[in-house]
Design a protein around this ligand. Structure first.
Ligand code: MN
Length: 429
């Protein structure tokens, strides 16, 4: 399928008509509203809905700054809008937009003129630890290879409840956190800016339809509840994490920022890229069995660009298919004890690392705990992130002649807050 909107030189676009990912956008001075990316344009869904050219529900759902209302409608409404859009924008489809330049101008906003926002209101955010190579790497660095995997790891998709309040869209700066740290050799902890600031390359699954409190869900039901996927950078303060994480897991080390890409790529667009999770090393309990392939073949990359550097350096290249657990398994496990899941819940996959060093998804692994500096294109090197560094994630599923792309997910590190308020408090005390 081809679209009359894309020109011949957009053949490698992340947003062909096979994709149609959802986001929230506005031009300067306009109200943010829902849109769909197509080539270098954004389809204004609020306009199409007002004109009666797409209809998701009886009431309008697209003239608002979040996708939650649309997502909560479920699969029939999603399919309906997707086919209307393909009919309006494919070659030889419904000519109503193509043949009216005034309609066309209202319906298609150049992406270059628009600002993109957080695509949905994040209800709650949970981050998992479901990549086996990542868990092996981190465990080996911290505890040695014999004790790398915790005894529960091959039986449970391990996760922790994170913070929705600091999930931000690509382009938002990330302030270096302050926190309590203690070096192994130090007698007492100290309070200072994080010195081991890291990124984590992950995918985020977006929960669209809710579950009921006290009611378990199956893996199939969990898969049905997922609207789509985003790129996710789970920024991590390793020195703060090292001191605080036992016995309840990360707290401040992960609470200061999580960045997601602005376009939610739908499950419908990813359908043909489904693949199975790798063979089980231990038989899973039946409630975690997958009835079909629920992982996806998605190429992933991360880039690091120091402030002032001429170009970014690719620091890793991996694939979402490396995960041991799928998002559907994670979601089923999340709800199995009776936890209610809501529209807008975001599930981080866990860091996605492949077997080779060039496929590791965090600096902690790429520099092996800070021992092996990473060389960058501008002849500098990194152990962890420095102020002014920009980290950009990107990803796509490679189809036959087109890409289902995720766009990019970027954040720049800014300096830690001054200590002043803390010392003032101390003096007053
Ligand atoms: Mn993580």
């Amino acid at each position: 399928m081809q679209s009359w909107v894309l020109s011949a030189n957009e053949a490698d676009s992340h947003f062909p008509i096979q994709n149609l990912p959802y986001g929230v956008f506005a031009r300067k001075g306009e109200e943010p509203r829902c849109g769909v990316a197509l080539g270098s344009c954004i389809i204004d869904l609020a306009f199409l809905e007002a004109e009666g050219l797409v209809q998701a529900a009886d009431e309008p759902v697209f003239n608002q700054p979040q996708l939650n209302a649309f997502m909560s409608l479920g699969a029939a409404a999603w399919d309906n809008v997707r086919s209307s859009l393909q009919e309006l924008f494919r070659e030889n489809g419904n000519p109503v937009l193509r043949e009216s330049s005034t309609h066309c101008e209202r319906a298609l906003v150049p992406m270059a003129e628009a600002q993109l926002f957080l695509p949905f209101q994040v209800a709650e955010y949970t981050d998992f630890y479901a990549g086996k190579q990542h868990a092996m790497n981190i465990g080996s660095i911290l505890r040695g290879p014999e004790n790398a995997l915790p005894p529960n790891w091959l039986h449970i998709p391990i996760g922790y409840n994170g913070r929705a309040s600091t999930v931000v869209a690509s382009g938002h700066d990330v302030r270096r956190p302050l926190g309590q740290v203690k070096a192994p050799t130090a007698e007492v902890p100290s309070f200072k800016p994080c010195a081991r600031l890291d990124m984590e390359l992950e995918m985020g699954a977006v929960v669209a339809t809710p579950s009921r409190m006290g009611e378990p869900i199956s893996v199939q039901q969990a898969d049905d509840m997922i609207f789509g996927y985003v790129l996710l950078n789970d920024w991590s303060a390793r020195d703060i994490q090292g001191w605080e994480y036992q016995p309840l897991g990360p707290f401040q080390a992960k609470a200061f920022a999580t960045t997601i890409s602005p376009w939610v790529v739908t499950k419908a667009a990813l359908e043909e890229f489904r693949c199975a999770t790798p063979p089980r090393e231990k038989e899973l309990l039946p409630y975690l069995h997958e009835p079909g392939p629920m992982l996806y073949d998605i190429e992933l990359e991360a880039y690091l660009q120091p402030e002032g550097a001429a170009s970014p350096t690719r620091i890793t290249r991996t694939n979402y298919n490396r995960m041991y657990y799928s998002a559907a398994q994670q979601l089923a496990h999340h709800a199995i004890g009776g936890c209610k899941m809501n529209t807008g819940d975001l599930l981080g996959s866990g860091t996605i690392s492949g077997a080779e060093k060039s496929e590791f998804g965090s600096l902690m692994e790429l520099t092996w705990g800070g021992k092996e500096p990473l060389q960058l294109a501008d002849a500098t090197s990194r152990i962890f992130l420095e102020d002014g560094d920009t980290v950009t994630l990107t990803g796509w599923a490679q189809g036959n002649g087109y890409r289902i792309g995720f766009g990019s997910c970027s954040g720049t590190i800014t300096p830690a807050p001054a200590h002043a308020p803390v010392s003032k408090l101390t003096q007053e005390a």
